[in-house]
Structure formats: structure tokens, C-alpha cells
Design a protein around this ligand. Sequence first.
Ligand SMILES: [Fe+2]
Length: 350
Amino acid sequence: MAHADLYERVRQKTPVPITERDLERVLVGLLQAESLWDLVGLCDVPLAALPPLLEELQRDGLLERRGDRVSLTPSGKQLIEAQGWAPPVESRCSRCRGRGVSLEEAPYRELLERFQEISRDRPAPRQDFDQGYVTPETTVARVALLRRRGDLDGKRLLVLGDDDLVGLAAALLGTARTITVLEVDPDLVGFIRETARRLELALEVREHDLRDPLPPDLLKAFDTFTTDPVESYDGCRLFLGRGLSGLAGIGSAGYFGLTRHEASLAKWHRLQRWVVEQGAVITDCLDRFNEYVNWPYWGEMRARRWLAVEAAPQAIWYRSTLFRLELVEPKAYPNEPFAGSFEDPELATT
Ligand SMILES: [Fe+2]
């Protein structure tokens, strides 16, 4: 390969553990992307590693950049051809968009309409709480998935951090035995509580910082938890650890999201190993299940500075994989104050 040391040069410029496969992902992503935001959304490479990758590609004359526009040069295209690389061929099911649950029939079509109506006046996402919520379709699809896996109807649901309003969507459906929401943002707590009161929904919401131990009455009290963790390694273990502490025992299930934007596969590996060590098994892993509404603070996030991007994203670019775990060998989960860090070099949107 003519650019044999390209990968090594990039590795030396970033603490993010990327692989040579990531280089391939960026190059084939550039075949389809027209802008930086397109590329970020397409290529499944940690955002923090993109600036040095793009820099070195430019240095080698493989990539051309004008403002936010990016394109491969003829030698970039030649390199891809010589390697025999090709972009992934998208052929997702148009009915479920690859989520495995269709929102086109009852009761989900109506649930989505009602959910869109009640979430219209929701508080805006806050960067200081690492908020960035999913589309209404994603929230309702999560509820549909929980049901499809037998984790909602007649079950006790714990929602850990709920800027996605999963608790309200599940309460609108009304099939869970109980729904308990823990949320740190007082504005969001107020909104969820007031909406539930107004619509007479069976849902309990408590203002709670997950860095504090779980309240004693919530320990081993749930069949299912769902959460969208902070993506530092410690942050993920904190959110999942609180969820595990809340589960009743064998057969209880948990749902969580993880991105490729802010978590390298090396981080995925460490996390999955940790999950298994906690006595749980990963039963489902749904690529690009979660789609996030572009948040207003995009201009303040560090990835914007890294990439020197000029314009706001025009389409959804931030997505995450949805995982389901199930407990097979429950352990004793420590319920201590958080002593880890929400910081890590792969985080890009804080
Ligand atoms: Fe489908």
C-alpha cells in the first residue's frame, strides 16, 4: 500500500484506540459523504479520531476539504479501488428501519401521535446534564421492543435518566405494572410529573442524581431497567450498575444505548466484558436503533472545535446501538456513591 505508514501516523496523533479498519471506514465513507456531518453519521469511527484521520488523508493528497465539504481526490479513489474496498450496501427494511418493530399498526401508530402531542412542550436539552434526546419514533420503538421481548406488560419498569421520555410513552400505553423514573434535571422532573398528573398516568418520578446510591426501596425491585448512559467507561458502568442494582434477579432485563461516535470498539469490548462479569448476558444488539434529534448546543460541543465545522447539521447524524441484557447469575452490586469520571478522551459532544 502506497500510504503504508498512514495508519501509524494517525495513531500517534490520537489517544483513541482506532484500528486500520477505521481507516477503511473513513475512506469508504468519503465515497458517499458530501459534508463532514454526512461522514460523521456514515462511518462509525470515533469522532475524536476523525480530525487526525482527515488531516493525514489531506496531507497524503487523498482528501480534499472546502469548508464543511469533503471529497476524495482521484488518488483517494484509486487507493480504495486498489484495496478492493466498497461502502456498506444499505438495504434496511423500510417498514421497521432495521429496528425489528413496526410502528405502522395499532397500538403504536396512535401511541406515536399521542406521544408527539405531549412531548411538544418538553424542556430543551441541556449540555450540563449531557442531554440529547431521541426522536419520538425512537422512544415509541423502544416501548414496542420492550413489549416484544416480554419486558413491559405486567412488569415493573425502572427508567434511569429520562430525557427521552420513555416513562411517559410507556405510561400512555398503560400495560406496565409500575413505572418509576429517576431524573436529575428538575425541569424535566417537573415536566414529567405535571404531564402524568394532567393525563392521570400511573408513573412515579423522583429527582435523583445517579451518582448517589439508589434509594433503598428501589433495590432489587424491578423486572426491567432502561437507560441511555454517559459514554465514558466509568459513566456507563455507573448507569448500568444502578440498573443492575434495581433488578429483582434471574431473568430480569436491562436496556441501554452505546454509540460508535463516542465509544471505540475497544471501549465496547471492555464494557461488554464488564457486563458479562456482572452475571448478565447480552441478548440483543440493534445497530442504529436510536436516532437523536439535533440539539441546540451543537456549536458548543468539543467535536465542533476539533472538526472546525462551520454549519449546523441539516439531518440526523447521531445514532446509537440499543443493547438488551438479561441477568443469568446475579451478583451483589455495590450501591456506593460514584467515584469515577464522566470524562474520557473519546467523548465528543460534551
Ligand atoms: Fe423490518
